[in-house]
Write a protein that binds this ligand. Structure first.
Ligand code: ADP
Length: 262
């Protein structure tokens, strides 16, 4: 619980700092990209080399702009818009996107529990979380491998929920994302959720993926835990609270009314 507090304070402080910097930096980038775009339109078709240099500069500036967008999204801590979610349907609906993001050498497997409970979460953000985890998994499987997305109903008893996860005991749904990749040593696991912690090369990792995952899950009254073995692979388990609603009320809830959590 202390760890969770430390983590959220850290994220808040870093969020405020980066938000301000990202905002100003983004404006400065606009003053770089705009003139470059103009210049690109004026370069004659015969000057292929100059065109190439300008394209490289524009490309670099665009990547910097993408990073500042991610930083802004991270620091804004946008309010979530929770709705009743059938995670099985959400995962199934993502399979094209996942296959595309994973590239040819990684096989996608989904194991969806029959009769999965519903949860109450921001569906777009939950998709983002799964995508973040899948991209990390892909990066850990350079030579190819298998990505498994699994769902399950999960009773967390008092002992396990409170002592191991720092969440209230109760009923949760589990979304587990597993890879057969390089795995993480304990010192990487310990820091993995920290904003800006990355082991990737400059320009390849922002170190914001897992801290976003962490922020989302905590805001959704859930929990996330990493199980990893170097050389074996990694499983990230996301627990989200079960939506307490019976089938009759479900239709109503889908019509847009907010429902209490159990
Ligand atoms: P980024 O992916 O930009 O580095 P993240 O916060 O998503 O930032 O991840 C932080 C670090 O955790 C990664 O740099 C990597 O070392 C480690 N990591 C995350 N997911 C995995 C995974 N599935 N397998 C191995 N290492 C991972």
């Amino acid at each position: 619980v202390e760890d969770a507090l430390r983590q959220s304070q850290k994220m808040e402080a870093v969020g405020q700092l980066t938000g301000g910097i990202a905002h100003d930096f983004n404006n400065m980038l606009a003053t770089v990209i705009g003139p470059l775009d103009l210049l690109a339109t004026r370069i004659g078709a015969d000057d292929a080399r100059a065109k190439r240099y300008i394209d490289m500069a524009i490309d670099g500036a665009r990547r910097a702009a993408q990073l500042t967008q991610r930083l802004l999204a991270f620091s804004r801590q946008q309010p979530l818009q929770p709705v009743p979610v059938d995670a099985n349907r959400l995962v199934a609906g993502m399979s094209d996107l996942l296959v595309h993001s994973l590239g040819g050498s990684v096989r996608l497997e989904t194991v969806l529990a029959a009769g999965l409970w519903w949860t109450y979460a921001d569906a777009n953000q939950l998709e983002n979380v799964i995508l973040n985890l899948a991209v990390n998994a892909r990066d850990a499987m350079e030579g190819g491998g298998r990505l498994t997305v699994e769902t399950a109903n999960c009773h967390l008893d008092h002992h396990y929920a409170a002592d191991h996860l720092g969440v209230p005991a109760g009923q949760y749904i589990l979304i587990a994302v597993s890879d057969s990749g390089s795995g993480m040593p304990p010192e990487v696991i310990a820091k993995a959720f920290d904003p800006f912690f990355t082991t990737k090369k400059v320009g390849q990792g922002t170190g914001l993926g897992l801290s976003q995952v962490y922020g989302f899950v905590k805001q959704s009254a859930g929990h996330v835990k990493i199980y990893s073995e170097v050389g074996q692979g990694t499983t990230v388990k996301v627990y989200l609270p079960r939506l307490m609603v019976d089938a009759g009320e479900r239709a109503q809830s889908l019509a847009g009314s907010a429902l209490p959590l159990g």
